[in-house]
Design a binder for this molecule. Structure first.
Ligand SMILES: Nc1ncnc2c1ncn2[C@@H]1O[C@H](COP(=O)(O)OP(=O)(O)OP(=O)(O)O)[C@@H](O)[C@H]1O
Length: 915
């Protein structure tokens, strides 16, 4: 097969030698070894009855990985064969675990009935074949594909376009569960962001590319498995030809202009899919070209920092996606996740999306009707994908039928509303695609399918009575015979005079007559002995068969078998009919998801009071009373509290006549709301350019080309870098990439090192952003010294979060106002956090001293000038004796009565508490 992954188990040399010598082995083992040798890089799930068995090294690896018992089965070359197995019905769970651990699994099924094999001789082995390879990027099982839309089963393939100073990479990706196919090109520096956006489970690369250290690290950091494939798979000519063939088109131009490298990446992808699915053709939607210049570039760290589709805990809950998702179908939730992951930079496209949201926000009745209709629509995309893969079920056909009906109903509702009001472009296009859902297919399905559909085609019974006369006849024969059998019980009971005689069925005897032991002699004696043939004696019952029963039974069986075969034929025909209409069905399914996404965003806008942002080509960023989508909802839910909206006005581009600064330096106490303010503005950019309304009173956003958001990093020891190193690497990335159209959010950068070093770096970075990058910048810092920059640089201004002091405590107002913070209140916040009083006192004293010194203190000075901890109780920050010390000095223990001494003690304690 030639596919190898570095993350998969490799077959060790002993196993290889075991795999080689098939002499003297049982025919079954010989078959196993042959199949295993052809799939040496995968664990082999070898179907035996109701189990998938694994042998040899596979068994040891899998039993360890899955925590299942390792047993033995027979001998091979004189040694026990290790074996373990998983039941077929639970195989999905085990597959999932193995895939998550980076293994690949070859699923080997019996491809003929054991009865067929027997006909070839008693020792003949049932034919088996690998029917597919399961790898992280090629999962299709519903249970494997965690229904949550944040997890993606994308398979990605990369190819390098040019070497030299700045190589570019073409990335093609497919979502096997829906057939969505995308190609794009990016620079190496943008690869981490692109991979974080696509979130592939597996990345394919030609052997040369896959051995590149930088590429391997990138893929590893993206959490995907890297699978090296032969160079020959990445042949652009072959890719183009394969795509055209699959899509039945003469040219791909209609779908976009694909570069040679993109076609090569697509070729690698399609070849691998073909190999892993062993000839079965998955669903393929026409490829979409994503141009880097049409997408807002968000690097990997920013995606994590802003929690776009996953929270920092790795869950969907807590993410921006979870906060804004009001869609009613899983497909639309996936669509929304993809829009949030890939906001646009194309103004007209953004505004077209906003038009659609705005229209539905203004039409509550229409919105409600559409949402009700969408709720009733099944997941068409996944049903189609399963049918394409040959893993479809009658219920998938039913889903296609229902979805076509829903599509037409929704199209009619939209067009009807549009007649009066005129639909915006996006909704009109959706209505047209929905109206093209193939009604003829729905008609065939509704004529053929029964009302209740089984999960499995092999269960039969899904074809509607009256649809096929042959099938009806066979069913009548089968059911008629069953009735005759039911009647036979009465006939036999009367003939023998045994009232308790029963006709029963089991899988060993088939139909049989059962009487109690007491009555058995009646049947074994004349005249009944001729009719009733003894089969089995149980503790209390005796079982007999009769020729009549046997004949009826074989009639039933053959009628049932023929009926099932007919039904399966009909199933195949219907599936083919659906697949012939694949293009228009895929388009309708995408339209359903988009409509739901728009209706969901409109619902959100109304429910959460979001407004339509004005989006244009300027470099303005003007937000009035902006809010943080996640913090706002959490506050309301958990504390019934309102979020305080804050304005933010910036203008990038570096025009010194700006009416607004290009950079804001935000200072203020810890916990005051700085980070929240910074992030909410970045999130507003993402929402607006994804085509959603935003949490604000008004918003005007000049399209942003790159978005950066960084927090002074936490240690990344897993990657072997210190806090400071991570921070500097990330800051470097921003300074090297941000443009006058970019939006940069920096939260406490530079704090990971010695104060003055950190301050100097933060200072220089801000100057550089101001002079060179000229981006829109929000810069939160605890270095108050940075506020001085506002006086030196024309486009830097200060902002601070307001607090009120109240009886030595502080109250956070969460209001951002222009100007610098007068003090930092760090010690107040430390008090809120419950630091012991002596520590707070001591910190207050050190602070006073530092402020007096107005510069960098020498540790020696501090030690010399200030009292130590032990003394803190007896001295004030200014060094004078405390009240406690003074009171103590006045006491004369010898002159006190016990009562007075006790009172004095109480007083001292009181003074201590006041301290
Ligand atoms: N505008 C607001 N309205 C209401 N509550 C807010 C607002 N902003 C922040 N908060 C509340 O204050 C908490 C702290 O805010 P945030 O983390 O932004 O503070 P910070 O100034 O960045 O603190 P630190 O400097 O310690 O990181 C938030 O979790 C939220 O509960």
């Amino acid at each position: 097969m030639g596919l190898q992954s570095e993350t998969v188990m490799t077959v060790d040399d002993t196993t290889k030698s075991q795999l080689r010598a098939p002499e003297g082995v049982t025919p079954m083992m010989a078959q196993y070894l042959e199949i295993k040798a052809a799939n040496a890089d995968s664990l082999l799930f070898y179907r035996m009855g109701d189990f998938y068995e694994m042998f040899f090294e596979d068994a040891s690896v899998a039993s360890r990985a899955l925590g299942i018992a390792l047993t033995k089965r027979g001998k091979h070359l004189g040694e026990d064969i290790p074996m373990c197995g998983v039941p077929v019905h639970a195989a999905d769970d085990y597959l999932q675990k193995l895939i998550a651990l980076g293994h690949r699994v070859a699923v080997c099924e019996q491809t003929e009935d054991p009865a067929e094999a027997k006909k070839r001789g008693a020792k003949a082995v049932v034919r088996r074949d690998v029917v597919r390879l399961v790898t992280p990027g090629t999962l299709t099982e519903e249970s494997l594909l965690d229904a949550a839309p944040t997890t993606s089963s994308r398979l990605c393939s990369g190819s390098r376009t040019e070497t030299g100073a700045e190589p570019r990479f073409a990335l093609a990706s497919i979502d096997i569960s829906t057939g969505e196919l995308i190609a794009a090109t990016c620079r190496l520096t943008d690869m981490p962001g692109e991979l974080a956006r696509i979130r592939p489970g597996e990345v394919l690369a030609g052997e040369d590319l896959a051995s590149d250290e930088a590429i391997r690290n990138l893929v590893k950091e993206a959490g995907a498995a890297l699978t090296p494939c032969p160079r020959a798979h990445f042949d652009s000519v072959r890719g183009e030809r394969a795509l055209k063939e699959r899509l039945g088109v003469a040219a791909l131009d209609a779908f976009g202009e694909f570069s040679r490298a993109e076609l090569a990446a697509l070729a690698g992808l399609l070849t691998y899919v073909e190999l892993t699915q062993v000839g079965r053709a998955p669903l393929l939607r026409p490829p979409r070209k994503e141009s880097a210049d049409k997408l807002l570039l968000i690097d990997a760290a920013t995606r994590v920092n802003l929690e776009l589709v996953r929270s920092n805990q790795g869950t969907r809950a807590g993410s921006l996606l979870a906060a804004i998702d009001r869609t009613v179908t899983a497909a639309a939730a996936r669509e929304l996740a993809s829009r949030l992951s890939s906001p646009l930079t194309d103004g007209p496209a953004v505004n077209a999306r906003l038009d659609a949201v705005g229209y539905l926000a203004d039409e509550p009745r229409l919105r409600q009707d559409l949402r009700d209709g969408l709720k009733a629509a099944p997941d068409l995309a996944r049903a189609l994908a399963r049918l394409a893969f040959g893993r479809g079920t009658p219920r998938d056909l039913g889903a296609v039928q229902t979805a076509i009906g829903a599509a037409h109903a929704l199209a009619a509702r939209l067009l009807n509303a549009g007649e009066a009001l005129g639909l915006p472009r996006e909704l009109m296009a959706i209505a047209e695609r929905l109206a093209q859902a193939p009604q003829a297919v729905a008609a065939s399905l509704s004529a053929a399918l029964a009302d209740e559909l089984p999960v499995n085609a092999r269960d039969g019974g899904f074809v509607r009575p009256g649809f096929d006369t042959d099938l009806d006849e066979l069913r009548a024969l089968r059911d008629g015979s069953r009735k005759v059998i039911a009647g036979l019980q009465a006939t036999y009971a009367e003939a023998t005079g045994i009232k308790s005689l029963k006709v029963r069925h089991n899988s060993v005897l088939g139909y049989f007559v059962e009487v109690t032991a007491l009555h058995a002699p009646t049947l074994t004696a004349a005249p009944h002995a001729e009719t009733f043939i003894h089969r089995q004696t149980m503790a209390n019952a005796v079982r007999f068969s009769t020729t009549e029963l046997a004949e009826l039974e074989s009639r039933i069986t053959s009628a049932a078998e023929r009926a099932l075969a007919l039904e399966l034929d009909i199933f195949a025909r219907l599936t083919a009919e659906v697949m012939d209409a694949e293009r228009s069905l895929s388009s309708a399914s995408a339209a359903l998801a988009e409509l739901d996404a728009y209706a969901g965003l409109a619902e959100l806008a109304v429910e959460q009071r979001y407004v339509r942002p004005r989006v244009d080509d300027s470099t303005v960023f003007a937000i009035e009373e902006g809010r943080h989508p996640m913090v706002e909802q959490t506050l309301r839910r958990e504390q019934s509290a309102d979020f305080i909206g804050n304005d933010c006005r910036l203008r990038g581009g570096g025009d010194d006549q700006n009416d607004a600064p290009s950079a804001l330096v935000v200072t203020g106490p810890n916990m005051g709301g700085k980070s929240t303010f910074l992030r909410q503005n970045a999130l507003i950019v993402v929402l607006a350019q994804a085509g959603a309304f935003v949490p604000a009173k008004s918003a005007h956003i000049g399209l942003v080309d790159r978005l950066f958001s960084r927090v002074g990093a936490a240690d990344d020891l897993a990657r072997g870098r210190s806090t400071f190193m991570v921070e500097m690497v990330e800051t470097a990335a921003i300074l090297n990439q941000a443009t006058p159209r970019s939006f940069v959010v920096l939260d406490e950068i530079g704090r990971g090192t010695a104060t003055f070093d950190g301050l100097s770096i933060a200072w220089a970075a801000l100057e550089y952003l101001h002079e060179v990058n000229r981006s829109r910048v929000l810069f939160a810092t605890h270095y108050h010294e940075l506020t001085a920059l506002a006086d030196r640089l024309p486009r830097v201004a200060n902002a601070t979060v307001e607090v009120k002091e109240w009886r030595e405590a502080i109250v956070f107002l969460y209001r951002v106002k222009m100007g610098a913070a007068d003090r930092s209140y760090g010690i107040h916040v430390a008090k809120l956090a419950g630091l012991p009083a002596p520590v707070l006192d001591r910190a207050g004293a050190v602070l006073a001293e530092l402020e007096k010194a107005d510069g960098r203190p020498k540790p020696a000075d501090l030690a010399g000038d200030l009292p130590l901890f032990q003394a803190a109780v007896s001295t004030r920050p200014d060094g004078s004796p405390s009240k406690l010390a003074e009171a103590l000095r006045d006491y004369n223990p010898d002159g006190m009565t016990p009562k007075e001494a006790l009172e004095a003690l109480y007083r001292l304690k009181g003074l201590l508490d006041d301290a």
